[in-house]
Structures are given as structure tokens and as C-alpha cells.
Ligand binder design. Sequence first.
Ligand SMILES: [Zn+2]
Length: 453
Amino acid sequence: MKAEEADSLMLRKIYDMSLLNGKSYDWLDYLSNKIGGRLSGSYQAQQAVEYTKAQLEELGLDKVWLQPVMVPKWTRGAKEFAYVQTSPGVTKNVNIAALGGSVATPAGGTKARVIEVQGIEDLERYGKEQIQGKIVFFNRPMRADLINTFEAYGGCVDQRYSGAAEAAKYGAVGVIVRSMNLRMDDFPHTGSMGYGDTPVSKRIPAAAISTNDASYLSGILKMNKDLEFYYKLNCEQHEDVQSYNVIGEITGSENPEEIMVVGGHLDSWDLGDGSHDDGAGVVQSMEVLRLFKEVGYKPRKTLRVVLFMNEENGLRGGKKYAEVAKTKGEHHVFALESDSGGFTPRGFSFDADKAQFAQILSWQELFKPYLIHYFELGESGADVGPLKEGDVVLAGLRPDSQRYFDYHHAANDTFEEVNKRELELGAATMASLVYLVDNHGLKQINTAKKEKM
Ligand SMILES: [Zn+2]
């Protein structure tokens, strides 16, 4: 049998197994419905560690272990409350959620006039005179004309991440940020923010507001610039706590020192149950190892599933995994992350050298029957990013991104919004690529250089 024929048959087997006898959807059901949102440092995050470890142990892998990592612990506290007051006694409640990492408002809440801006650049334009004592309302929307919605997200998320630190420099008393969502609805979308080097006493509370309410606020501000906005956040930052990356391994049969990683992140935000972000990536990654077992493929290289802790508000798990790998002198040749939702897979983006990428492109034809066509150079994933060194190829699964930000970090990121077939196709697509990398190897661009050293 010709090599391509054998490959094509193996891919068929992998897809069949995932679609006819998959386990990813059941695992996700448990993770989402029995455990729920898994914010770093929470009881649920610990339950997720224990559950996935037990499930990996059931697969009969060569090794399963926990890798300790200290993680930040931030809690939301009681649900937030906010309203717009257009004149004394005339108010309308609006939907907000504290951004992860935000300080609370004072016990009585924060109430102030509002200045709307279209981004951080606007702060300088308005200056202290117009910002001092007010709440800054960051309202630059995600661009609807960008086909890759992650690009649209990238064009806005600085408002969420750095808005509070920047606005505080101009004397703002708080910030509210339009949710990173392309759809008009009532869900506020949380996400991480940071204060940089802002002293603790100067830190101002930050919350996301739903797109519908952002639109309402912007409209009413045009008629009444003296209106007041009230909000109350009850969140709190605690001491770091002990947590874990969950790791399972099939040791390579020929080249065990060459390591391939598949992974997603086990933690999630707390508003929904984290099904798309990133329960999907977790169960798909676990499924890759199960599929190999089920179709009877023994990888030549070592294959690890890594369920990273704390991607959302610290990336401690991704950093720890890379740090330990470096200390141990491990040689990672490939790392694939799924962290873009459980939607229909379209392909992958790769962080690879030209020669390595050319080799990957030669496999493209094999994916045609599964409508997998997107093979581009680009970003891989936040958790595998720290592994970047030497000849390792990093990759990210790229599902259709059109609906991702409808759910991202919001209360509607729930199990019902994940389609079973789409999830299973993603797992099979990942397993197929890992199989090809294992079976054919990747060009080791730096070998020559290393030998000289
Ligand atoms: Zn994620």
C-alpha cells in the first residue's frame, strides 16, 4: 500500500471512531453540567482537575500525573448591579459584569457622570479636564467586516485589558467597557484586565456592559451628557492558591524523547459553564489519545495531553509546563492547542519555519474529504506559546469563528451551545494532524545548528 493510501485510511478510521463512538461530548457534558464554570482557584477548578485525571487514568495511558502550579484566585462575589440615571429618580437597570481582576467599587457603589470614548487613544484627546471624576465608557465595537472574528477581538480587547489602568491616569473613578461581542444582546462578557503598575490606592473598578446596554447608554448620552451611571461590584482578589495542570502520556514506541503535546485549558470564566472556552478544547485533546488507543495506533513519539490551568487570568499553567520542560531538558517537537470554541473545524494555523510549513502543506489533500482546508501561518495558542523554542512547531485548531464571540466569557457559554458533531469533527481533525506529524516527523530545522554547538 502506498504511503498516502495508508494515511488516508488512518484518517478515515480516526474520523469514524470520533463520529460513531466518540467520548468527547460525554466528557464535556460532565465538565459543564456536573462541575460548571471553573475559575482558577475555585472548588470547581479543583473538581475538574480530579475528574479529568480520573478519566485519563481510565484510558490506560502509560502515565497520568498532576503538575503543581500556583494560581491567582479572584472571586466575583454577589452579582453586580448597575443603572443609568437620566434625572433624579428616573433610572434604568443595565447588564454588567465585573472584569476579572477588577477591584470592587466602594461598599456604597460608584456613581458618576460618564464620558464615552472609542478607545484608549481618546483619553489623551479629552485629557484630565474632561475625564477627572467621571466613569470612562469604552465603546469601540468589534469590527463586523473582519471575517476572522479573532482579529476583530484583537482590535478591541485593549480597552478591556488596559482601559482601567489608562483611565485612572486621567482621574477617572471607574470604567465600563462594551462587551467583546459582535451580536446585540443582553449578556455582559467578562475577561481579564490588569492594572499594570497602578498603585493599589489608585485602582478603579472595571466592568463589561452588554452590547444592547452599551448601545442604549451611548444613545442616551448624546441627549443627556449629564446623566449618571451607578454600579456596584463585589469582587475580591485573594492570595494565590495551589492548583494543577493535568497531564497524560502515551510514551513513544520509537522516539520517546520526542514529545508532542495536545491541549486546552481546564479553567474557564465563572459566568457560564465554559463549554466553548475551553471545555471543548479539553475534551477534544483527551479524545486524541483515546482515538489513538481505539484505532490501535501506537505513536512513535511520545504523545501528551496537557490540560492547562489558569489560561484565562494568568497563564500560569502554560508557563509552568514550559518551565518544567526546559528544566528537564525535554525536546518538544510539536504542540497543538484547541482554544477557539467547539465549532466546525476549518483547519489550523501554524507557528512554524518555512520548510516545516511546506511539509505540513503536503498533507492538506488528505483533509479534503473532511472539509478541512485552512492551513495558514499564524498564532497557535496562549498555553502552548511558552514552549516556543528551537525547532518546535506550534499549532492551533481553527474552527469557524463566526459565532464564538456570541458566547465568549459570557453566561451563555453553556453545553447546549456546543454541537456534538462539530465537537467530534474537531477532535478527529486534531488527531489526524498529530498522527501525520508522528508518522512522518517534522523537519528539524535546527539540528545542524545544534550539532555545531
Ligand atoms: Zn480560552
